[in-house]
Design a protein around this ligand. Sequence first.
Ligand code: GAR
Length: 202
Amino acid sequence: MPVPAIAVCCSGQGTNLQAIIEAVRSRRLRARISVVVSDNPRAVAILRARAARIPTVVIDPRRFSSKEAFDRSLSRIVEASGAKLIVLAGFMRILSGWFVRRYARRILNIHPALLPSFPGCHGARDALRHGVKVTGVTVHLVDSKVDHGPVLLQEPVPVMEGDTEETLLARIHRVEHRLYPRAIQRVLSGRVKVAGRRAFIR
Ligand code: GAR
């Protein structure tokens, strides 16, 4: 059986991308990263992809008149790469309804909180400010609302006394790096069934 191709979209540091690259290398994840796409030319993720000899594409959002025009370009890149699954790994853009419908159940996202708590760009910071004792990591399918689609995997992460955003994020990242490759593998092996908001992993 051919190894399924995935496209990974990143805007920043790319530590989750790195975890996925390493899971592919060690065969914990049976996949091929066919392209890494970024909306940020300065994303460290791009350097990580190049170091791993993975094709990269930077799409500059300023070149597009609308969100959908950007997403159509993203879609062309995904199609050309042969990717069957789109993995958002710190991709800080809201996708258009058009894109989400086109790739229904084929887009994954990871979020640094236990959704539906603390959605948005600063999940860890918001959890810390709120004073929760437990936060966590969520991997979910992407739907038309932000940080909202059916949950695939979640894992709690304790908030310690004296945590800063940095120390909490470091603890969250360690869990993310373990959870995301596992979730991707389960989706690729067809072990996920979705019924409404509920996703079941067999
Ligand atoms: C990750 O912590 C991910 O959960 C978060 O961005 C970070 C990217 O880190 N995503 C969101 O907040 C989505 N709402 P990375 O670039 O080092 O993988």
